[in-house]
Design a protein around this ligand. Structure first.
Ligand code: HMG
Ligand code: MG
Length: 284
C-alpha cells in the first residue's frame, strides 16, 4: 500500500467561511477530536485581521485551548509579519503563507498585486527561517479565478517557485473555487512540476463542482502524495464567490483506501469529527 497523507484544514479553511460566530470552545473540541484521528498535520486557525475574517478573531484563544498531542504539527495561516508574530507567540508548530496565481483574486483576497503580496511575505519567510519554524505555502486559484477566468499554468508555476525560493518546504496548490477539471489540473501540474518535485507539492481542492476526487486522482498520477481536506466537507473562502467546501476528509480517506492508498487515519474518529463539523455548520 502506498502512503498518502491527508492534511486536515477543516478548523481553518472549513470554519473561516461560516456566518455564525462559532465559540472557541467548539473549535477546540473539534481540533481535540481530530488530534485522535491519526493526522500528522492539522491547520487550526489563521492570524488575519478580524475585519477581513471575523470567524478567526479567536485564533490565540483556540491555539491556547487545544490539547496538543505528540507527533502532530499544529499549523496556522499568516498573511503578514504581524500575523506571523502572533502565530509564534501562540506556539504554532508550522505557519503557512499564501499567494494567488491571478491578479484579480490577489486583489480581492490580499488587497495587493501578486508581486506586492510576495514582497509582504518575504519578511515572514525570513522570520520563520530564523526561528526554525517550518513554512508552508499556498497558491490560490490554480486553474480558475472568479474574477479573471482561466489561469495560465505558467502563472501557477511562477508563484509556486517564488514560494519555494522563500523557503516553503511544501507548496499546496489550491482550486479555491472548486471548478477545476482533471485535464486542467493535469496541465497545471505539468507546468509546476518543471519547478518543484511532487514530494514538495500538495493538492488543495475544493469540491464545489463535485470533481475534487477526480482532480486528486489526476494529481496522484502525477506523483503527489499529500492532499488537504476538511472534515465534514466544511469550507469555502470568504473572498472567493462561489467557493463551497473543501473535499471532505472522510470521503477522500475512503476513496484513497479503495485505491490501495494508506492514510493511517482512524475512520471511526473521522466519522465522529465529520458529524461534529456538520453540526457546527448547522446542517447535522
Ligand atoms: P489590508 O487591509 O490591506 O492590511 O489587508 P492593513 O495592513 O492595512 O491592515 C488592516 C487592519 O488590520 C489594520 O487595522 C491592521 O492593524 C490590522 P486598522 O488600522 O484598520 O484598525 N491588521 C491585523 N490584525 C490582526 N492580525 C493581523 C493583521 N494585519 C493587519 N495579521 C491583509 C491586507 C493581507 C492583512 C488582508 O488582505 C488579509 O488578511 N487577507 C487574508 C484574507 C483571508 O484570510 N482569506 C482567507 C484565507 S486564504 C484561503 O482560504 C485560500 C486557501 O485556503 C487556499 C485556496 O483554497 O486557494 C489558503
Ligand atoms: Mg482553501
Amino acid at each position: 500500500m502506498s502512503k498518502v497523507e491527508i492534511f486536515e484544514v477543516g478548523p481553518r479553511d472549513g470554519l473561516q467561511n461560516e456566518k455564525r460566530l462559532i465559540p472557541a470552545a467548539e473549535k477546540i473540541a473539534l481540533v481535540d477530536l481530530l488530534s485522535q484521528a491519526g493526522f500528522r498535520r492539522i491547520e487550526v486557525t489563521s492570524f488575519v485581521p478580524p475585519k477581513w475574517v471575523p470567524q478567526m478573531a479567536d485564533a490565540a484563544e483556540v491555539m491556547a485551548g487545544i490539547a496538543r498531542q505528540p507527533g502532530i504539527r499544529y499549523a496556522v495561516l499568516t498573511p503578514n509579519l504581524r500575523g506571523y508574530e502572533a502565530a509564534r507567540a501562540a506556539g504554532a508548530d508550522e505557519v503557512a503563507i499564501f499567494a494567488s496565481a491571478s491578479e484579480g483574486f490577489s486583489r480581492a483576497n490580499l488587497n495587493a498585486t501578486i508581486a506586492e503580496s510576495l514582497a509582504r511575505l518575504a519578511p515572514v519567510a525570513e522570520a520563520a527561517r530564523a526561528d526554525g519554524i517550518p513554512l508552508r505555502g499556498y497558491v490560490s486559484v490554480v486553474t480558475d479565478c472568479p474574477f479573471d477566468g482561466k489561469v495560465a499554468p505558467a502563472s501557477v508555476a511562477r508563484v509556486a517557485a517564488s514560494l519555494r525560493d522563500m523557503g516553503c518546504y511544501e507548496v499546496s496548490l489550491g482550486d479555491t473555487i472548486g471548478q477545476a477539471r482533471p485535464e486542467a489540473i493535469d496541465a497545471m501540474l505539468a507546468a509546476v512540476l518543471e519547478e518543484l518535485p511532487p514530494e514538495n507539492l500538495a493538492g488543495h481542492y475544493h469540491d464545489t463542482a463535485g470533481r475534487a476526487l477526480e482532480n486528486i486522482d489526476a494529481s496522484l498520477a502525477r506523483g503527489l502524495r499529500v492532499f488537504d481536506a476538511a472534515v465534514g466537507g466544511l469550507g469555502g473562502c470568504p473572498y472567493a464567490p462561489g467557493a463551497a467546501g473543501n473535499v471532505a476528509t472522510e470521503k477522500l480517506a475512503a476513496h484513497l483506501a479503495l485505491g490501495g492508498h494508506d492514510t493511517g487515519l482512524d475512520m471511526a474518529v473521522i466519522e465522529k469529527a465529520a458529524a461534529m463539523a456538520r453540526g457546527m455548520r448547522g446542517g447535522a
